[in-house]
Design a protein around this ligand. Structure first.
Ligand SMILES: Nc1ncnc2c1ncn2[C@@H]1O[C@H](COP(=O)(O)OP(=O)(O)OP(=O)(O)O)[C@@H](O)[C@H]1O
Length: 635
């Protein structure tokens, strides 16, 4: 997986990749090089002070060490600048690259797969690069540790550091012991949850003073009860601590391990003190400084490695999430055949639903959403599906537009199984108007034009579609007309301190507010048919052979719905039309076929007259509606 990420990131910009690698290599060798140079510097200073040249040109070495030290510092700051500069540009390019890949994958993903994988569908586009950087950082520390060991070896071999091996070994001992005896949670994978019933009750009661519940608590005059119950729960909790899990985990009942570790930490200095007592001639302060410097540098790298190694699986998991999401296969297989077939009927789509059963993925209900549905719809028919809430009307539409696939049975379209066709082609031949239609955070013109993207740059067609949907006048009266952006995203940002700065914060609120389109306006646009404008726009496409309208009444008043149905019927030529609606009175008289649903099954089918004569399920629904419009005789 790491090599896949490397290859992908490399392909975004090979030149920037190599520049970044050079800075990483530099950062890897720098600590060992600095350690070596500063050790040399200290030794040369000592030789110079004591006047012991012993064949070494101390002054010349001192100059070289000074030049090398300064050069390292300069190169290091240059490398810092280069890597920061590259990361700003390259980092953004990498992020946008993965953002695009995630967007593309999400757009191609079918509904059941998206619903089954929920949160996995939105991984952080930054995480591949972040994970890779953390992997590189771990590798850097390991290599740096090995290089530092080489420097230690050299120091010990030089004979200038008497007692060095024991000193270095003693310096590393506490770290090794610490890792062996460690009881830290920090680098472990864990999750924690509270189980104590008194603690859970105390926390729940504490929340009752918050805004969400306040009105209810005050209105119900239950404040005393809440406080009393809180006190009861608190005293039942006794000494149970709610300290962070990591602290509770690392706390030891006896102090011995801590004491041993503490004493071990002092051992190197104690050892040197004993040497000073018993072999003072073999020691110097510079030796002590060099050894301490070397050992502390090794200790630091060792502890960074152990920490990074512990957190590495977690770092990689973010990268895994991105690739897991990108590699996810759609549950619904795409077909091979183009749609429409050459011999299709000019009047519209022919549909044959045969013995279809279906339930939603993850549904916990015993009853299927649809059970044994069989239905034939002839080309160009106007079909109305009626039935109580939850009887399965919308689900039929969702199977027809291939949002889901039946669990069993088959749907055939123009004589061929629906699954044999390419989904994209089928969708191009279908116009859906549903209760779930959303306004996109784009301009009104785009919101409408996206019904038929080929005409999205045609303002005449867009206003014609809005006119047909009855939304044109409202849109035209807006300050920015069709260019009004609906529900724009705000990209404002304040620093933490700006919150204490009245002028800046007021300005921030103003800018942030400007980005909002009022919710009232959005509602008006919805109710005045901006959503159906998109469907009318879609109807301008010559490809449409099936129109499904699923209860747009939640956004429309009865008059608006009646007008909408009238206009949709006006565009009926060459299209099969299926309407799902509760207010079906004004539609059923035009219906070639009425399908009456009950509890996921088809209760009866026929024309209005046939179903009225049957005196079954349909007439019950019809009478309930009719009664709502008749005067109450008791009044
Ligand atoms: N996304 C979903 N996940 C799980 N169950 C669902 C989902 N959508 C609908 N259902 C269930 O499937 C059954 C049929 O729902 P459907 O929406 O098709 O009924 P409907 O007749 O269109 O109802 P309404 O008139 O209220 O829209 C219901 O029991 C409903 O609760």
């Amino acid at each position: 997986m790491c090599s896949r990420a490397f290859t992908e990131i490399y392909s975004i910009s090979p030149s920037m990749f190599w520049c970044l690698m050079i800075t990483y290599i530099w950062k890897t060798i720098l600590p060992a090089t600095s350690l070596y140079i500063s050790n040399r510097l200290l030794f040369c200073i000592e030789l110079r002070i004591l006047g012991e040249t012993a064949g070494v040109d101390a002054v010349k070495e001192l100059y070289w060490a000074i030049i090398a030290q300064v050069a390292c510092s300069l190169i290091d700051s240059l490398m810092d600048w280069v890597s920061e500069h590259i990361l700003i540009i390259y980092g953004a390019r990498i992020k946008y690259h993965f953002e695009e890949r995630i967007l593309e994958a999400n757009l191609k993903r079918d509904l059941p797969t998206s619903q089954d994988h929920g949160a996995e569908m939105e991984p952080d586009p930054d995480s591949v690069f972040n994970s890779l950087q953390k992997t590189v950082a771990l590798a850097q520390e390991v290599v740096s540790f090995v290089l530092k060991l080489r420097v230690v070896q050299q120091v010990l071999r030089s004979g200038l550091a008497n007692g060095g091996p024991i000193f270095v070994a003693l310096s590393m001992l506490p770290l090794v012991l610490y890792n062996a005896m460690s009881s830290e949670l920090g680098s472990k994978a864990y999750f924690a949850h509270a189980v104590d019933p008194h603690y859970l009750r105390k926390s729940a009661l504490y929340r009752l003073a918050k805004d969400t519940f306040k009105q209810e608590v005050m209105g119900g005059n239950i404040a005393d009860y809440v406080l009393h119950e809180y006190q009861k729960a608190r005293s039942a909790l006794k000494n149970v601590s709610d300290e962070y899990p990591s602290k509770l985990y690392s706390h030891r009942d006896a102090p011995f391990s801590q004491m041993i570790l503490q004493v071990c930490g002092e051992l190197p200095m104690l050892y040197f003190a004993f040497l000073a007592i018993f072999k003072p001639a073999e020691l110097s302060l510079v030796q002590l400084a060099v050894l301490e410097q070397t050992a502390s540098s090794l200790r630091y790298t060792f502890s960074v490695i152990t920490w990074k190694f512990g957190t590495w699986p977690g770092d990689l998991s973010d990268m895994k999430r991105v690739y897991g999401m990108l590699d996810l296969q759609n549950q619904m297989k795409d077909g091979y055949h183009p749609y429409p077939p050459a011999n299709c009927h000019p009047k519209g789509m022919e549909l044959d639903i045969h013995n279809v059963c279906f339930n939603y993925p993850g549904s916990k209900t015993k009853r299927n959403a649809l059970t044994n549905i069989s239905l034939s719809i002839k080309p160009g028919q106007l079909v109305v599906i009626v039935g109580a809430n939850g009887s399965g009307k919308s689900t039929i539409i969702k199977l027809l537009n291939r949002s889901y696939a039946p669990a069993s049975g088959d749907i055939s379209v123009d004589g061929q199984s629906i699954e044999a066709y390419q989904v994209q082609d089928l969708r191009q031949a279908t116009a859906n108007l549903t209760q779930d239609h959303q306004l996109f955070p784009l301009s009104i013109a785009e919101n409408i034009g996206l019904g038929h993207p080929a005409m999205i740059r045609d303002p005449k067609k867009i206003s014609e579609a809005a006119n047909l949907a009855g939304a044109h006048v409202l849109i035209q009266n807006l300050e920015n007309g069709y260019d009004t952006v609906l529900q724009p995203f705000s990209h404002c940002h304040t620093s933490f301190n700006a919150r204490g700065h009245d002028t800046i914060f007021a300005e921030f609120l103003k800018v942030d507010k400007n980005a909002e389109v009022s919710g009232v306006l959005v509602l008006r646009i919805r109710s005045r048919g901006n959503l159906s404008s998109r469907t009318f726009m879609r109807l301008f496409s010559d490809n449409i052979r099936l129109v499904t309208v699923d209860e747009p009444s939640s956004a429309l008043d009865p008059q608006g719905e009646l007008e909408l149905f009238e206009r949709l019927r006006g565009a009926r030529e060459g299209k099969t039309m299926i309407f799902v609606t509760h207010r079906f009175g004004h539609l059923t008289k035009y219906a070639d076929l009425i399908v009456c649903m009950k509890e996921g099954k088809i209760a009866e089918t026929g024309t209005h007259e046939e179903l009225m004569a049957k005196r079954g399920e349909y007439i019950k629904l019809y009478n309930v509606q009719a009664q709502a419009f008749q005067p109450d005789p008791s009044l």
